[in-house]
Design a protein around this ligand. Sequence first.
Ligand SMILES: N[C@@H](CCC(=O)N[C@@H](CS)C(=O)NCC(=O)O)C(=O)O
Length: 219
Amino acid sequence: MADEVVLLDYLISMFGMRVRIALAEKGVKYEYKEEDLPNKSPLLLQMNPVHKKIPVLIHNGKPVCESAIIVQYIDEVWKDKTPLLPSDPYQRAQARFWVDFIDNKLYETGKKLYSTKGEEYEAGKKELLEIFKLLEETLGDKPFYGCDTFGFLDLCLIAFYSWFYAWETFGNFKMEAVCPKLMAWAKRCLQREAVAKTLVDQKTVYAAVLDMRKRYGWE
Ligand SMILES: N[C@@H](CCC(=O)N[C@@H](CS)C(=O)NCC(=O)O)C(=O)O
């Protein structure tokens, strides 16, 4: 019986984009269902009752939640296609460590640039630039985090690329000046079809952030 794969998602979500890149890398066909996050569907509430967040992958009726866990699940289930996680246990642990770092730091820090003012904004901007410099240092002179090939950590980080323009604009800085090697890495990732066709245009994300600022009174 063919796999039934449904993805509950939200177009500009970096977490959702991770899952879409992984599905594209593996060539998995799926049904995409866009959520209206202020009015979550009964299906989302039923499938992710703990966090009530997208993305949720529903595989043959069973939900898998949390983007990094979903990407690892996809890698294990569709293992005949190019693997995403490193085969070496130590490299795998390292990749998971940095994805966890990104998950704990990047989204919340980036958010401060368009949702706060004054000291909080300044501290957020400083921290964001430090995070990018640290991520650049971690990459070193390798072409990808997965060494010679695009892998789990590359995938989980490049999904944030669509948000770079919004952060640069609200933070009044240029990624190219802060972390040129990281930007060269991003360009290499963008050469992959699965990445290029999945990432949402940066100006679309910026417009959505402007809209969010109005809606939540962050202006
Ligand atoms: N740690 C989660 C984060 C997912 C997340 O924050 N999703 C947001 C959209 S980007 C969401 O569903 N927000 C709805 C809400 O918080 O009510 C993951 O990696 O999947």
